[in-house]
Design a protein around this ligand. Sequence first.
Ligand code: LLP
Length: 383
Amino acid sequence: MIKGNFPLSRFTGLRTPFYYYDLDLLDRTLDAVKAAIAPNPEYRVHYAVKANFNPVILSRIAARGLGADCVSGGEVQAALDAGFKASDIVFAGVGKSDAEIRLGLDAGIGRFNVESEAELRVISEIAAACGKVAPVSLRVNPDIGAHTHAGITTGLAENKFGINYEQLPAVLGTALSLPAIAYKGLHFHIGSQILDMADFVALCNRVNALTESLREKGLPVGDLNMGGGLGINYRHPNHLPIADFDAWFSTFRRFLRTQPGQTVHFEPGRSIVAPCGSLISRVLYVKEGTVKRFAIIDGSMTELIRPAMYHAYHRVENLSSDGPDTVYDVVGPVCESSDVFAREETLSECRRGDFVAIRSAGAYGESMASRYNCHPLPEAFFG
Ligand code: LLP
């Protein structure tokens, strides 16, 4: 069984569970992003901070010149603190509070991605009151079902995100009429962990049709933000550690119709940080049940909630043992039956104290950790 390369000697003595990030892999991933967009100087990438806001990770990404995509005032502040240029920060979210809007205006962020007419009017009022003009893109709900699981689609009419396709011309008209709003463009996002490029082709087709109909009505389109969503290979973290950015960007290159001078923005989160992070835990007990064999580890859904919340698969590797392949349900100590990392997973035979790595946990892992059961938040280490 091929396993990841981990500095086990460094792990001894550290309190488990903890996150371990391979910064070299993060750097190589960022190189791959930059190489993939190199042919298109009009392409701009804003890292989705929600995937991982660890300050070390954020400042590493900021230093490579990417922008940031944020969904709260806290994320805007974290991005500013990490060194992202304010003008490269975009701020989405259906429920921005007045204080968050003020923070964005004061910092001079590049874009408010506005999700409703009501929000547009509030941003206008707040901007006018402080003598500012808010740069705004309108987030459109493209009503496209991505081939991912229901909990993480965002671009369907039934989802809460974005402005209805049919209502867009009217809201755009309002945006153009408000003096404290500078209309800048359109924003889309169809969902997350998408591996079928046909979903992004469908998005391009939808955007092409929409921009054409706006132009026919004499309305401006402005810049395009296509959101994030590129998936990674959770099954084979060692064979395919870097997401297929070439396939992703070339899909837009081929299918999205753009005008001269129009910039095209992207907001990848998972594809940038998921592969470089692992949750490192230790085996506490091996329990032979009547129908199952359990490896009970000290990590739990409080550090990584994805398996419990979305039935997401993360590969689990026993780093300490080369024992015979053995099948386990890998479970945590939390008092919930959903606190299961993997069912029927094959690991090298487990003994008490072995280190196990739960792979591809760099995105939506540490950032979604909770203190349920009075667990402390996990620490992070870097290699
Ligand atoms: N842009 C917007 C407007 C978003 O809502 C999201 C993610 C992204 C960009 C980044 O998407 P990504 O490239 O990471 O797919 N907690 C879930 C994922 C939720 C994603 C929410 N929005 C999970 O663990 O799978």
